[in-house]
Design a protein around this ligand. Structure first.
Ligand code: ZN
Ligand code: ZN
Length: 199
């Protein structure tokens, strides 16, 4: 379902049969209640046919497949450390993470600091003229931040924008429940530049 060579997910499309989309074509991600091993996410994505469709992605496929990593690693987001639970870490991606080079990051506005993150913490994406609006639920403080990033920042693991836009607003839990509400917020919001250097 995820092709690491092209960084694309394959979903079904009622018009074309099959649609191959990058992460930045996702519009909404919802973790489905119930299924836990692995958790399953319902994804609404923008298809090349011009419509939006819904597909399902397993948690490991969302977060680990883009890195070429298999099971056996445990990412501790509270300490921002990748911990091995199985074999030795031989994979290049694992070594890069251990060296402090994170596949994805975002700026947590309530905490006023950059944080490492995985795609399963993204929940709304809205493309604009030049940048992509990204709503993230922080894996550490569980609060919501809105960043303005490049598509590459989302699509390419280990590509982190040096500087991004941050909406200077602390969102309530019910503030960004729909993509429409998110787009409205993006149009009216003030962005401030922040550096994304993780210590
Ligand atoms: Zn389609
Ligand atoms: Zn946070």
């Amino acid at each position: 379902m995820y092709d690491a060579l092209t960084s694309r997910y394959t979903f079904s499309c009622p018009a074309r049969g099959e649609s191959r989309v990058s992460l930045s074509s996702f519009r909404e991600l919802d973790r489905l209640p119930g299924a836990a091993h692995p958790a399953v996410f319902r994804v609404r994505f923008a298809c090349a046919c011009g419509e939006e469709h819904v597909g399902l992605v397993a948690h490991d496929e969302l977060d680990w497949a883009p890195l070429g990593l298999q099971e056996g690693l445990f990412l501790n987001l509270m300490t921002a450390r990748l911990e091995a639970v199985g074999d030795e870490l031989a994979d290049l991606a694992a070594r890069r993470i251990q060296a402090g080079n994170w596949p994805w990051s975002f700026f947590c506005y309530p905490e006023e600091r950059p944080r490492p993150v995985f795609p399963s913490s993204f929940f709304l994406l809205a493309p604009g003229d030049r940048a992509l609006g990204l709503a993230v639920r922080c894996p550490c403080c569980a609060r919501v931040s809105v960043n303005l990033v490049t598509r590459e920042h989302v699509d390419l693991p280990f590509h982190n924008d040096a500087q991004i836009g941050v909406v200077e607003h602390v969102f309530g839990d019910d503030a960004l429940v729909t993509l429409e509400a998110f787009r409205d917020e993006l149009y009216s919001a003030r962005f401030d530049a922040r550096r994304l250097t993780l210590e």
